[in-house]
Design a protein around this ligand. Structure first.
Ligand code: GDP
Ligand code: GDP
Length: 443
């Protein structure tokens, strides 16, 4: 799970500006008018060397004239609950307002880690006014200017300190735990049929765990048991909400949300509209999944509406071969989410992809493969000198990761690298599994 950082505070203190500054891009809409309702924005940002999910709550905090305060509070509450760290922003130019004080009190009550940011503190008088912020009882304020970028280095440092420690690499025990739910993401371009597929998988009566708040955009975990009784958890950092809204969340999946979901999942189901065929956008998503090293299964959806089935399938395979070498042999499950036909084949494929993705190769077999591979195709010359590859290890799975040692190994040309990964994938029958190959030079 990515650590979640929520930017909070009353309207107009500069939350969206700070969000954009931290995200390194302009994403949220910055608007001068207080009370303009905006959507919650989230993005994966790299802060202090770590990927985090940054959440801008601008829009949540604002009470439209007809909004009952309780409902507004519910949505802020949900945002707060999902956060690992809150950046609480006040505006030193405007000075503290009663809204800031009650916000601060509310934060103190919840006991979440909070960094107090005195924003708009550029210039000298800004710093002087920031003293007032001590009164909030949330520790020393950090003087920043979201607009001018002042104080960002310090802010990064403080965030690093305040975040929960990075989880250690998963150990073997964890991997072997049968009861741990498989983390699944359903990704694909709009209209590919993701929500229809999710509904088909869940069935009507299946349970969705999580709160059912009215207005909130809280993250709701969707978990169910597949046909073998094993638990599956859907990850979707776009913020799964009440059942009726899940559809919407999947439909509107942005690139950032897709990346976040891919980072959190173990296997990604890439839904492709078989009537339209695989297009650039599908390829882009598939490449993201490959880059994140996830197990992949293709749900070739709307099969009911495809007339030339053989041709459609061949076209898909051609595109995959030409453009996605790492996903060679990936499981393709033709199905119709709408009618339910073929849906029963999806989870078995997911389980199999998961098993391959987890697979460890015993050292003996790995060595035999490595020797054969080198015999079949000797390593090339690099700058007139032969690469001397000595041995390979597989320090981890999830995804399968090889380290090849040898003299000048780190200079291994791309095509030889590809040869080795393909050979490994074929030898151990791991179709569709992205394989990492690292090299280590030795003397
Ligand atoms: P939000 O409602 O809390 O998301 O606030 P916005 O990010 O929309 O900012 C409100 C206003 O404050 C905008 O006009 C921003 O340009 C301005 N603002 C944001 N950060 C700073 C800052 O560091 N210094 C100054 N002077 N203005 C800022
Ligand atoms: P999403 O945007 O990926 O969540 O896609 P939806 O699940 O909302 O589906 C988009 C459209 O495709 C809707 O009109 C669905 O009815 C239709 N659709 C989804 N699955 C199928 C299918 O298996 N066959 C056919 N013919 N249409 C489907």
């Amino acid at each position: 799970m990515l650590p979640r950082i929520a930017v909070m505070g009353r309207p107009n203190v500069g939350k969206s500006t700070l969000f954009n500054r931290l995200a390194g891009r302009r994403i949220a809409i910055v608007d001068d008018t207080p009370g303009v309702t905006r959507d919650r924005k989230e993005t994966v940002a790299r802060i202090a060397g770590r990927d985090v999910l940054l959440i801008d709550t601008a829009g949540l905090e604002e009470a439209a004239p007809d909004t009952i305060p309780g409902r507004m509070r519910a949505s802020s509450e949900a945002a707060l609950k999902a956060a690992d760290l809150v950046l609480f922003v006040v505006d030193v130019r405007a000075g503290l307002t009663p809204a800031d004080r009650s916000f601060a009190q509310w934060l103190r009550r919840h006991g979440k880690p909070v960094l107090l940011l005195a924003n708009k503190a550029e210039g000298r008088e800004g710093a002087a006014r920031a003293l007032e912020a001590y009164e909030l009882g949330l520790g020393s304020p950090l003087l920043v200017s979201a607009e001018h970028g002042d104080g960002m280095g310090e802010l990064h440092d403080e965030i690093r300190e305040a975040l929960p420690p990075e989880p250690p690499e998963e150990d073997e025990e964890d991997e072997a735990d049968e009861n741990r739910p498989l983390r699944l993401a359903i990704v694909g371009r709009p209209n590919a049929g993701k929500s229809t597929l999710l509904n088909a998988l869940l069935g009507e009566e299946r349970m969705i765990t999580g709160p059912e708040p009215g207005l909130t955009r809280d993250s709701v975990a969707v978990q169910w048991n597949d046909e073998t009784g094993k638990p599956v958890r859907l990850v979707d950092t776009a913020g799964l909400r009440r059942r009726a809204r899940i559809t919407q969340a999947l439909e509107q999946m942005s690139t950032a949300a897709t990346i976040a979901a891919l980072k959190e999942c173990e296997v990604a189901v890439l839904v492709i509209d078989a009537v339209q065929g695989m297009d650039e956008q599908d390829l882009r998503i598939a490449r993201l999944a490959e880059r994140e090293g996830r197990g992949v299964v293709i749900a070739f959806n709307k099969w009911d509406a495809v007339e030339e089935r053989n041709a459609a399938r061949r076209r898909l395979e051609d595109v995959l071969t030409a453009s996605l070498a790492q996903l060679k042999g990936v499981f393709i499950v033709p199905l119709s989410a709408a009618t339910g036909r073929g849906v029963e084949n999806l989870m078995p494929a997911v389980r199999e992809a998961y098993a391959l993705w987890n697979r460890r190769i015993p050292t003996g077999a790995l060595n035999r493969w490595f020797e054969h591979a080198l015999e079949r195709h000797a390593p090339p010359l690099v700058n007139g000198k032969r690469l001397k590859l000595r041995y390979a290890t597989m320090p981890k799975a999830r995804p399968p990761t090889l380290v090849v040692f040898g003299t000048r190994a780190e200079q291994m040309p791309e095509d030889y690298r590809r040869y080795l990964t393909n050979s490994f994938r074929d030898a151990f029958d791991m179709p569709g599994v992205p394989i990492r190959l690292n090299t280590r030079g030795t003397e």
